[in-house]
Design a protein around this ligand. Sequence first.
Ligand code: SAH
Length: 245
Amino acid sequence: MKKFLSFIIFILIIQIGSISFAQPKQLQSRSPSMSKQWSDKANSMVKYQIERRGITNSEILKVMRNTPRHLFVPPALSTMAYDDYPLPIGEEQTISQPYIVALMTDLLKLKGNEKILEIGTGSGYQAAVLSQLVDSVYTIEIVESLANNAKIRLDNLNYKNVIVKHGDGYKGWPSLAPFDAIIVTAAPEQVPQTLIDQLKIGGCIAIPVGDKWQELQLITKTGKNKTKKKTVIPVRFVPMVHPTE
Ligand code: SAH
């Protein structure tokens, strides 16, 4: 009898253990699964490049561990996808360095219910990261082939709350304004006034500004015609270009 009881207790312990280690449904459904090889790389990317540089927001760290960055770069470069630098994505454009993606995301101080505008879709990686932290992401890309590829990639990976548009980011997306926050991933020489106009009061824009020397700025809209500027760090982004007509 004693033996039987300890057997039952043993089975119960195993059952309880497996329940508490099961992944919550919500987490499973918001990010595609990654093999051990890639998730090991993503985990060390987060630990050594992002946490060590001072980003502590656990939601952002979790999302960056779970987003398959190797599927956002050309296949020939996939083994370098989690390394500490930007990579070419074709059309002379680049996917930003992982730390810069995390930093810009962190600057927006997201709560989870925001409608975000991104200028410069590129590979769609920054949009994929944001989409797991907010309500919706609207992203504009000026190079048509990049916009189309990003759209297909984001659809295939099931990031359903990202809408990609081919167009000129200097115009913003007036029919959907105002936005809770805006992220610009190409550098204009000055902060475009149209984007400030399309931001809610209290919202902010993370944006690299400048020509050869660029700085990452956080612009907060404090009133209808009032903004506050914070300079974050020197950065190097591709230029935000005007359409050639
Ligand atoms: N966020 C991207 C990286 C962007 S690189 C990612 O996660 O991969 C910057 C992108 O901005 C490039 O793809 C470039 O074509 C685009 N870009 C440059 N000027 C633009 C403009 N005026 N409007 C929209 N996109 C622009």
